[in-house]
Structure formats: C-alpha cells, structure tokens
Design a protein. Sequence first.
Length: 212
Amino acid sequence: MALSSPSRLLQDAVLAFFGHICSPAHTCDLDSVHVNDATNAPLSVSYIWGYRSALVDVYCAKLIELDTQLDTELRRVLDGYEKTVNSLKKSGLMKINEVKRGLKSSIFGLLALKLMTEAPSRKGQNWGTTLFGWSYFVLMWNLMSRSESIDSIMLQHMEWTEDCLSIEEQGHKGDQKGVEKFGKHVYANPFTPSQCPILALAVHLIPVQSTR
C-alpha cells in the first residue's frame, strides 16, 4: 500500500482540525441542544472563517500556493457550518446575534460624552491619555473606519477643503496597497461638542498646560 503524499497528509490534518472546531455546532444541531447547555460551546461563523484567513496568511507568508482541492474542501466545510449555525438560530438554540453588533447612535453619543468628560483618576494618567481616547473614538465613528486605519493617520494626511477637513487613509484591510484611497470629508458639529471630530482633534493636537 503506497504511502500518502505530504501534501495529502497536510490536507487531511487541516480538514480534521476544521472538522474538530465545527463539531460542537453540529452536535447541538443533531441533538437539539441549546448552545448554552453544550459541553463545548459552538464558535461563531466569523470566528471559524477567521481560522481560514489565518491559514491563507501563513501560506502567503511562506510563499506557498494554497492547494486548490484543499481550498475547495475548506469552503465546502465552512458553507456547511454556516447552514448548521443558521439551523440553530432558526430553532432557537443559538442567539441571532453571535458576537458583533452594530453600535447605535445613542450609545455612540453616551460614549463620546463620557470620554470627553473623563478626568485622570489613576496613577500615571494625565489629560493627554484620557482625551486621546475621545478624539480616537469620535474620529473612528465619523470616518467609519477600523481602528487600524485610524492608528496610521498622520497630520500630512489631513487638509482643509472649504468648510470640511479632508482625511485620506493610507489603505485598509481590503486595500493593503492603498490603491483605492481617497479623502473623506469630516465636518464640525457645533450643536453636540462631544461628537464633534474637529473639536476632538483640536483638543488632542493643541497642547494645553493644565493648571491643576
């Protein structure tokens, strides 16, 4: 009997791993058990897809092409997992919202006000660190961007365009090379100062010596 090729062994190992992490959801669906009562809680669909993304990233880092058959099998497994999770939700055995949920405007307003008025209370904190959270949060909301994109913004990426501040992000998760970058227009909000990105940036960028 011929020995299996290394590529086949690797493919079997990868599929066995994904089968293992997908098994709790299949067990709950088969036995009609609520996920809260399961011995091993099922993972969310996005979490499982994250494992595939990590696998693809490893292959890219090693300059190895992902086997077409393996990729096809993985997608088949993940598509089946999505159907299983959907079945659990339809039968009331899993919450509709698994992990991530959209932030409502009212909650954003409360968080922005809290961050703007937060005073340094712990040892090692100062006004700079507390106000940074406010400007970062408000800017992320107004630009509708990921935290990684906000983290890379510099002064030279900003410029005034008539009555707005144009901010150009240097790429994002779906555009690593920055080919599709463009300036996003940010406007002042004089009616709700805590949600005003211009005010938040000004407070963060203009150093003020505290007299306290």
